[in-house]
Write a protein of this length. Structure first.
Length: 721
């Protein structure tokens, strides 16, 4: 058992991060066994929590990596450690407390055995502390352990022993040389006083020892003892000073650790102060209510006897006031005033952070005060934990788990403070089923986070989109969601709703792809690859695949050239792959001709002007459509068909004619400046009834005799690439 205990602690020391300990390392070793009929798991509900206290000082407790064992339908076991520095211990009696209960508050079904041991591997110490069985109960208790100086601070014990040897040697010399020793009685008396004072000194708690006291001892005795005794005294005093500093460091580490836990429950509200007040006329101005948590002035009473005993402790009083203020926001075990609750948590953490700094800045150090402060902090943290999880979300939050993780993870890494603001707004959403508007917003955030997970360092370019989403998260509660720009493009693409309104028109897949190309800055393919890989709905995945089919160069050009709406026609892009020549033709129209793009790909054109797709009984001729519908610099329409191989003239004519028929029905035929065929340079017409003369498509049918083919009075220009 002893060898196994040592192995567990060595593994823990290697794998669990901890601050460097200058004194003698100790640990409270906890072995737990949950029986097969127990309703509790053998895991820590609050890793790093204060399950143990040493002389009233809370100790952070962690599970040993790899120690958890779970047998199906059988028992579960685990090992945890609470490491600390020996500077927290005292000569003589030391009190250890242990508290454990079911995280859900129901201990009636618990059947658990606990073995707790005080361990110091360097000193080979294993002292039993608790052997507790829980059958339907929680446990909270204390025990006492006696320790000698050599078990707490071996170097200091060695210094004392060395100094005693030197004092004894000097006393012996004085007695043996009494006849020639000046002031014999006085010197012997001083040696006795030194011996007594030092024994008293090393038995005192380190926080009762100051550097001034130690320097005064050396000043009093340094000049009246021999050289060897003075050297031993200087070594002892130097090690005492080091131990006092080690105590300061240990207390600072505890303040940092438990302060981080307090930050964890208040992290969503510890950013810079939000704008004061809320104006419904300004969608970009929003904040929570003012805090009801009072500021507490804590005077330095660390030197006063009993200053932190029950009934006198100012930190305990402050914790009581904070918990009382938070309780006002809770009814029936649920937080009913979420914004107020969050604001009060923010105020509490702000106050305690200031006190932490004040404690760390003091020259003197007080274990009693630090313990009192941490105990109060842990009490409030524990209260907040009843309603908020370890990641600062309300336990009954309606926000899906994957979105909460994305806000805390990829969005926080990319946008820091803005992610905190979004989290603050989302965290006050009521615990009800998400409505259509909330659902659309959540789907947009899910997609945006997926995009950011792929763009990496390029996320900075999306700050404006993130800011829009932050504002939207705060406005949903009052019924107005200010989507605009690329954020609106993203939302339309992933939700399929015009203007991202739950009651808005359902967009076609091609219209959604058309919106999608508006979202992306310099790396649209990466962004939409991330969205496709995210947990978005199937329709959004189809849209993402459609964008990816276009390729980066074409999509970037289309983003700059797309016209969202032109005379009632909405931008639409095919979700089907375009061949290389079709992409070449599209790039020519955008980059060389400066065209604005409305319909892209035959399905895009169908969607833009209302041509039905083939199949389901739709005649083939009715479904024919050209490849592009574009707008010239003069704001006139051009209908284009691209052919990369052998050109079948009759197909070109049918596709262009069907588009013109639909435009005529929409009273837009008068806006058409011309029709065009884009073909590969040198390609041949596969149908002898058509040819190209002076860059115009001509017909040889009937008596046309090579005259230009006209559709609704429009010639068909030919561009060869």
């Amino acid at each position: 058992m002893s060898r196994l205990l040592v192995c567990w602690i060595v593994v823990f020391a290697l794998l669990v991060p901890a601050h460097a300990r200058a004194g003698t390392p100790y640990s409270v070793h906890w072995e737990m066994l949950q029986e097969s009929n127990s309703c509790e798991d053998a895991r820590l509900n609050a890793p790093g929590g204060a399950y143990f206290h040493a002389n009233r000082m809370p100790l952070a407790t962690f599970e040993v990596p790899g120690a958890y064992v779970s047998i199906p339908n059988g028992p579960k076991s685990n090992v945890a450690e609470a490491p600390f520095d020996s500077v927290l211990l005292r000569m003589g009696t030391n009190e250890f407390t242990f508290g454990v209960q079911n995280a859900m508050g129901n201990d009636t079904c618990v059947h658990q055995q606990n073995f707790v041991t005080l361990v110091s591997i360097p000193l080979g110490i294993q002292k039993p502390l608790f052997n507790v069985r829980r059958d339907g109960t929680a446990f909270s208790g204390s025990t006492q352990v006696g320790l000698s100086l050599s078990e707490i601070n071996p170097p200091l014990a060695r210094d004392v022993a060395n100094l005693e040897v030197e004092i004894a040697a000097e006393r012996k010399w004085l007695i043996e040389n009494a006849a020639k020793a000046a002031n014999l009685a006085e010197r012997l008396d001083l040696l006795q006083q030194l011996d007594t004072e030092l024994h008293d000194l090393v038995s005192r708690p380190l926080d009762e020892i100051s550097e001034i006291d130690l320097d005064a001892i050396l000043e009093r005795y340094g000049d009246v003892v021999d050289e060897a005794t003075r050297a031993a005294l200087e070594q002892l005093l130097a090690d005492l000073k080091k131990s006092v500093q080690d105590l300061k460091d240990e207390l600072a580490s505890l303040l940092e650790h438990f302060g981080a836990q307090a930050d964890a429950v208040a992290d969503l509200v510890t950013g810079e102060a939000r704008a004061a007040g809320f104006s419904p006329d300004d969608p970009f101005e929003y904040s929570l209510t003012s805090s009801e948590v009072p500021w507490v002035e804590v005077p330095d009473v660390s030197g006063a006897a009993g200053a932190f005993e029950p009934g006198k402790d100012p930190y305990a009083g402050y914790a009581d006031a904070v918990i009382e203020a938070l309780s006002q926001d809770v009814q029936g075990g649920k937080v009913i005033l979420r914004g107020d609750f969050v604001t009060n948590v923010r105020a509490w953490r702000s106050n305690t952070a200031a006190i932490e700094k004040a404690l760390a800045a003091r020259v003197s150090v007080s274990q009693a005060e630090t313990s009192a402060f941490l105990q109060a902090q842990i009490r409030v943290t524990g209260f907040v934990r009843q309603y908020m999880d370890a990641s600062d979300w309300f336990l009954d939050s309606p926000i899906p788990a994957d979105v909460r993780a994305q806000v805390d993870g990829v969005l926080k890494n990319a946008f820091a403070e803005m992610a905190e603001q979004m989290k603050e707004s989302l965290n006050v959403w009521e615990a009800i089923a998400l409505g259509p508007e909330q659902g659309s917003f959540i789907e947009t955030v899910r997609a945006f986070a997926g995009a950011m997970s792929f763009v990496g360092e390029g996320a900075a370019a999306y700050a404006e989109v993130m800011q829009t989403l932050v504002h939207a998260s705060s406005r949903i509660a009052i019924g107005f969601v200010p989507y605009a720009g690329p954020a609106l493009d993203l939302c339309e693409a992933v939700t399929g709703k015009l203007l991202c309104l739950p009651g808005g028109k359902d967009l076609s897949t091609e219209e959604r792809v058309g919106s999608a190309v508006g979202f992306g800055f310099g790396q649209i393919m990466k962004a939409w690859a991330g969205i496709k890989a995210a947990g978005v709905k199937p329709g959004a995945k189809i849209v993402a695949a459609g964008v990816l089919n276009l390729g980066e160069e074409f999509t970037q050009a289309l983003r700059a050239s797309k016209i969202d709406v032109w005379k009632g026609l909405r931008h639409a892009v095919t979700k089907q792959p375009m061949d290389d020549f079709e992409k070449m033709a599209g790039l020519y129209l955008m980059k060389s001709e400066g065209r604005g793009m409305i319909g892209v790909g035959d399905d895009g054109v169908r969607s833009a002007i209302g041509i039905p797709k083939g199949g389901n009984g739709v005649p083939e001729g009715v479904a024919q459509a050209p490849d592009f519908l574009t707008v010239t610099k003069e704001n006139l329409l051009v209908v284009s068909e691209a052919k990369g191989g052998g050109v079948k003239g009759h197909e070109v004519v049918s596709q262009l004619a069907n588009a013109m028929k639909k435009l005529k029905e929409l009273n837009l035929d008068g806006s058409v400046t011309h029709l065009e065929l884009i073909m590969k340079k040198g390609a041949k017409m596969s149908n002898p009834n058509y040819g190209v003369v002076d860059d115009v498509l001509v017909s040889y049918l009937d008596d046309a005799a090579g005259k230009p083919k006209l559709i609704e009075g429009q010639i068909i220009r030919v561009i060869q690439l």
